[in-house]
Design a protein around this ligand. Structure first.
Ligand code: TGC
Ligand code: FAD
Length: 390
């Protein structure tokens, strides 16, 4: 296994504060010590390393940008650097942290009652409780507004019926943030404790991607929840989309981590792998061109993430800028992983190197949280003023 070498061709570290560098370095070391030694075996076994949930909580990775409730109160740039380092380990770890933070803690924080915040946020922050986010349905992925899941009001309760699909952490969650239409046909968020009668989660097996992550389908059959489990501030599709803004931002950083790991591996491999008259393959122009493409695109992705993070920290970011970040950085990470796989030759498909695992993971990352093409249309809508979704 090759040791990771930092990837900072343009001196980006100089644009970071001391605190930001400290967060990055602490997370990097934690990933080196806790994730890198086990993650290949986890992916092979199709196992999410649940033993890392509590340590991640203690590191302050969950709900990191929120204030109070034991949360770390990090800036968005610091949070982005955490996501970068986690995904350098594996997209599954970053996925878990994204869902717990951006898709479960954030909606409770932003749309929840005081009672809901007190009950869930400290436990979720510590990793004592796990959450999942149910938006996608079997027939509604890119178009969640068409969802069929319903929440019918009956006295002091809501009764939920529906199905959710492709839900990260679904079967290990204590609480599901379920998006459903109410009697008025309006999308609202509901906190569903997963031990309620009528709620069930089944894992999706046979994945070739994100193998070190739990992905489940959820079924809700006449699940009764107290009316107090409605997220009172949630109102329409914009509420889950606001959560997605948070998570897509983290993915924009995370993808850089996967790309950095692939680049670092490919560069070192090209320097020691000898072919033709005992020359390293790095001495060939075609190999150099691939490495240069990678460092070129990683450097641009780093700058894009930092700028969007600075805008977010100033409260000035537009969701379409986050779409541009997610779209670009995941696409270049996937291409970088493919080039790294190529440079490693046959070893590129071996689990001994982290490249193929990242490549396979990034295929999911390209699809979830809004596909590449949906983000193209979001940016297209922003610049032209014309929506082209339908
Ligand atoms: P549209 O009519 O455009 O908008 C409906 C309402 O939402 C508002 N809005 C937003 N608000 C906040 N942030 C955004 N990014 C927003 N985009 C739109 C909008 O202003 C409107 O508000 P209002 O008050 O006027 O009602 O909605 P649409 O139905 O036409 O859909 C637009 C579209 C296609 C962009 C949207 O549906 C979309 O983003 N689709 C992609 C779905 C998606 O990303 N799903 C992700 C599921 S979760 C997941 O994948 C987790 S992976 C976890 C992991 O493991 O990391
Ligand atoms: P579809 O929407 O059917 O899209 C299929 C293809 O058609 C794509 O290429 C898409 O770009 C294209 N397409 C669709 N509409 C248009 C259009 N208008 N114009 C042009 N092209 C279009 N969801 C959750 O709610 N919670 C989770 O925790 C979660 N975790 C996930 C984990 C994994 C590993 C995966 C793979 C998915 C997860 N998802 C989750 C679901 C994910 O958000 C959806 O898969 C994604 O939004 C795409 O939906 P879909 O798969 O139904 O594809």
């Amino acid at each position: 296994m090759l040791q990771f070498r930092d990837v900072d061709f343009i001196g980006l570290a100089a644009l970071l504060s001391d605190d930001e560098r400290l967060v990055r370095d602490n997370t990097r070391q934690w990933v080196e010590d806790n994730v890198i030694p086990i993650i290949e075996a986890c992916a092979r076994e199709g196992r999410f390393p649940r033993e890392l949930i509590a340590p991640m909580g203690r590191m302050g990775f969950f709900g990191a940008t929120l204030q109070g409730y034991g949360c770390a109160g990090m800036s968005n740039v610091e949070y982005g650097l955490v996501m970068q380092e986690l995904e350098r380990g594996d997209s599954g770890l970053r996925s878990f942290a994204s869902v717990q933070s951006a898709l479960v803690m954030y909606p409770i924080y932003a749309f929840g009652s005081d009672e809901q915040k007190q009950r869930w946020l400290p436990a979720l922050q510590q990793g004592e409780a796990v959450g999942c986010f149910g938006l996608t349905e079997p027939d509604f992925g890119s178009n969640p507004g068409g969802m069929r899941t319903r929440a019918r009001r009956a006295g002091d309760e809501f009764i939920l019926n529906g199905e959710k699909m492709w839900i990260t952490s679904g079967s290990i969650a204590d609480v599901a943030v379920v998006w459903a239409k109410d009697d008025a046909g309006r999308v609202r968020g509901f906190l569903v404790e997963t031990d309620r009668p009528g709620f069930s989660a089944a894992d999706i097996h046979g994945k070739y991607s994100l193998r070190a992550s739990v992905t489940s389908s959820l079924a809700l059959r006449d699940v009764k929840i107290p009316a107090a489990n409605l997220l009172p501030g949630s109102d329409g599709l914009r509420s889950p989309l606001a959560c997605l803004d948070q998570a897509r931002y983290g993915i924009g950083w995370g993808a850089i981590g996967a790309a950095m790991q692939c680049y670092s591996t490919a560069l070192q491999y090209a320097q020691f792998r000898l072919q033709f008259a005992g020359k390293p393959i790095a001495s060939h122009q075609l190999v150099q061109e691939k490495l240069v493409w990678m460092i070129n695109e990683i450097s641009k992705a780093q700058l894009l993430a930092l700028q969007v993070g600075r805008l977010k920290d100033r409260g000035q970011v537009d969701p379409a800028q986050i779409s541009l970040l997610k779209r670009n950085n995941v696409a270049i990470a996937l291409d970088a992983a493919r080039l790294a796989r190529d440079i490693l030759g046959a070893n590129g498909i071996a689990g001994e190197y982290p490249v193929f695992r990242h490549l396979a993971n990034l295929e999911s990352v390209k699809t979830y949280e809004g596909t590449h093409d949906i983000h193209t249309l979001i940016v297209g809508h922003k610049i032209t003023g014309i929506a082209a979704f339908e």
